[in-house]
Design a protein around this ligand. Structure first.
Ligand code: SPD
Length: 279
């Protein structure tokens, strides 16, 4: 047993556990651990991505505001999301007919299937699920106009292979490929530990879509534990109004997400962020 830490700006975010896998892929350094507190976990380039007992609040928050509110949810695109948790939550919605997941690092998928199989769970064998190992940024750039009802970005931090998931061109393509009534969502970093990146993302998505709203919650293993997800839609902030029928089908099996939790999370904009976003 040892401590496995993500150092960030002079603070260490760590779990006590043992190393299971440590290797470099063509894209990044991958570490898989077993921790006492949160079960098996994954780090990419030394940054926490997920752990068995930490993933549900993160994935539920990214997925359900979008999937409960988009006009239709037949065709979904997930960019990143190699552990399968985002796809798993999407596929709990029976109206989803097809889900493309485009993950750049096939080795991450293999390691997650082997060491964190419960995160992807039923998604890995769901006939609606289509995995492409490839560049999600290029996928969005090449997808036809209005080809998805929901686009979800489940990438890592803005360094290395995920860097292009944080720029204007990428967000413009995400908007272009959404159908009418479609919803876009991305993880948008910590308002405390990645304040500048978070603000830049919300501002940029607002410019591209004409509006966007961050939603705040907690993922204790991530830097500061305080996290955000940002939503935008083609036709206004429909993600703030989930459809009752979809909510009733999934809410009882969620760990953290509920319609009420979501309402509070959209309202919980820290004052220091509010002042910067709406001076
Ligand atoms: N600093 C952590 C950012 C992690 C975002 N994605 C996590 C992947 C979980 N599916």
């Amino acid at each position: 047993m040892s401590w496995i830490d993500e150092p960030h700006q002079g603070v260490r975010y760590g779990l006590r556990g043992e190393l299971l896998v440590e290797e470099s892929t063509a894209f990044q350094h991958v570490t898989v651990i077993h921790s006492e507190r949160y079960g098996n976990g994954l780090l990419l380039d030394g940054c926490w991505m997920t752990a068995e007992a930490q993933e549900r609040p993160y994935h539920e928050a990214l997925v359900h505001p979008a999937l409960c509110s988009a006009h239709a949810i037949e065709r979904i695109l997930v960019i990143g999301g190699g552990d399968g948790g985002t796809a798993r939550e999407c596929l709990r919605h029976s109206e989803v007919q097809h889900l493309d997941m485009v993950e750049i690092d096939g080795r991450v998928v293999e390691l997650c299937k082997e060491h964190l199989p419960g995160i992807g769970g039923a998604a890995w064998t769901d006939p609606r699920f289509q995995l492409t190992v490839g560049d999600g940024i290029a996928w969005a750039a090449e997808a036809p106009d209005a080809s998805y009802d929901v686009v979800l970005v489940d990438g890592s931090d803005p360094a290395g292979p995920a860097e292009g998931l944080f720029n204007r061109r990428f967000f413009q393509h995400c908007r272009r490929i959404l159908r009418r009534g479609g919803v876009f969502a991305t993880q948008s970093e910590s308002p405390e530990a990645f304040r500048a990146v978070h603000l830049a993302m919300v501002r940029l998505i607002r410019e591209v879509f004409g509006h966007a709203d961050p939603m705040y919650g907690w993922v204790p293993m991530y830097p500061s534990g305080w996290w955000s997800w940002t939503f935008a839609a083609v036709d206004g902030p429909r993600y703030r109004s989930p459809k009752a029928k979809r909510v009733s089908r999934i809410a009882s099996d969620c760990e953290v997400w509920s319609e009420r939790w979501q309402q509070g999370a959209f309202l919980a904009v820290p004052a220091f962020i509010e002042r910067d976003l709406n001076p």
